[in-house]
Design a protein around this ligand. Sequence first.
Ligand code: FMN
Ligand code: SF4
Ligand code: FES
Length: 636
Amino acid sequence: MPLEFSPKAREHIDRLLTRYPTRQATLLGVLYVAQDEFGYLSDEALALVAATLDLPLSHVFGVATFYTLFLRQPPARYPLHVCTNLGCSLRGGHDVLRHLEKRLGIAPGQTTPDGLFSLGEEDGLGGCAYAPTMTCGSHHYVSLTHEKVDKVIDELRQQASETGFERRSLPLAPAQGAPTLPDCAGSGSGYRQTPGLKIVTSNFGVRDIQKLGVYRAQGGWQAFGKALDMGRERVVEEVKKSNLRGRGGAGFPAGVKWGFLPKNAERVYLVCNGDESEPGTFKDRVLLGSDPHLLVESVAISAFALRCTHAFIYIRGELRREAGIVQAAVDETYAAGLLGQERASANGPFKLDITVHLGAGAYICGEETAMLESIEGKRGYPRNKPPFPAIKGLFGQPTVVNNVETLMNVPDIVTRGGDWFAKAGMGKSGGTRLLCVSGHVKRPGVYELPMGISFRELIYEICGGIPQGRVLRGVIPGGSSMPPLAADEIDVPIEFDALTSDPRIKDVEVRPGVPFDLGGGRRLKTMAGSGGVVVFDDSTDVVALCARIMRFYAHESCGQCTPCREGTGWLARLCTRLAEGEGRPGDIDLLADVANGIAGNSICALGDAAAWPMLGFLTKFRADFEARLAKAGKTS
Ligand SMILES: Cc1cc2nc3c(=O)[nH]c(=O)nc-3n(C[C@H](O)[C@H](O)[C@H](O)COP(=O)(O)O)c2cc1C
Ligand code: SF4
Ligand code: FES
């Protein structure tokens, strides 16, 4: 019998069709519906999706095979995914993986002969504060030890025998194909309270703040009312004055970006970037899950200021639980008449729709133009620029993309004024900063802190120092794409401009004494990036850590441009063979040459994201790479 959607699934698809301006844009959502309904995306399921949306099957196939969360084969009953990215690898993630390999008798990518377990290596699950972590369907296991893992396996076997498991039965929880952390609100989220000014986390700890009534009782939606009265020009002016810098990675001034939109555009889109996949970064997950109504209000105010009548909130596919929390907040806001209905404003009637869009497992979709493609129901291939999104973005219209944390500062800027926000910060960086700290510190977690705090204060005062009496070796300052700092460079403030220019930070070099040219003779030190601070001590195998980063970027390269596609693969292979003691003479210089060849020569910044840390590690930790060659009886 041909496959058919159940009435409930059809209803879900009909709802999706009302949320997007084109049928194709619903594709990721409809693929999720099909996967939830049938357990995986068989050829028949893809054909059904294509027919339902009236799209070519080749397009549907192309999209389904691009995103890692879409399954083309029936999964094992218990698909185990162990995270081995930075935070987890520094806390024993690889060890947990090896233990499971032995225990189950399979390697990553394999399934046990009885179809009960499969094993996979995962690239960061947002639980870095609880590393090492592992998922099984919708369950997220944290702070793993061998004993804990053994217990999990025993319990799952027991469960399977009690429920009469048969080979090829559907997965445990097909309707929730993505992992969630045990508790995303309040203290279980990885957020840690500290004294001092709080802006984006000011409601944390308020019971039931995820409910609109509670949010409004805390003063929620007053800033929106004020913005409507002020009029959009004044809101934009306050954001410009506030020195709000983008928290997604580049630190670009939000007010300046907003000013790029053409004044006469008929339709404008705002996209809130909640893709958060940069290794070491897990702050947006906490914000999305803990205070969703602040996000919705922030998007509403920003949309009003930008003349946008339909905004999108893009959420990383792995954060399906958080997406559900945000969707519930959006639904509640519609029901209260705050969305979807006209409101009077100083600029006339204003009506806004918000669509929550779930990604499906592709780091590259955090890049803003890849994200736009993904929302349009396509593979997440970054676009050539120009034209920039502000001129031609989502569905061909002028578009602003801003990070979750960036936007969540806007209500306070409206309420307290741009000058207040600017003063609360440091230099040309207004406000506070969310920092997510993982790796070798006693108290990993997400902190809202003053903009100018130094790494030394962060590591030793806020996070309690390095465990087990170990000594600091280095710090990755803002997600894995940023060049690392050596232990003697940690007295600089964690502020956007300081990290690019402070003379206490050494320039990144291509060869010893030869500075890397960022373009036009500009030098690279490091950047504040996405706020993901990864701390590593003197027990760390620095070459292996660097190799892990390179494997991540090689895996995530979309393959469109040659320097990135080929170059990231070379970086991963060369660095891994060095780490494994198989390096050859000349490998260190070759690594530097390849990285130098990628940087600045690719369509999007993923190429730089691999090249910069590679050159940074070679600059700051060259002796480790040379020692690895020497140990193998070779010289560089
Ligand atoms: C490979 C790549 C991945 C990115 N991932 C993210 C991400 O997960 N979240 C994010 O906010 N920005 C990410 N960015 C930056 C976005 O392209 C964009 O600059 C940002 O969302 C703009 O918001 P902001 O100005 O508020 O920072 C990424 C960029 C690149 C090149
Ligand atoms: S730089 Fe890499 S990820 Fe970006 S478009 Fe080119 S191949 Fe794709
Ligand atoms: S959860 Fe593993 S590195 Fe973040």
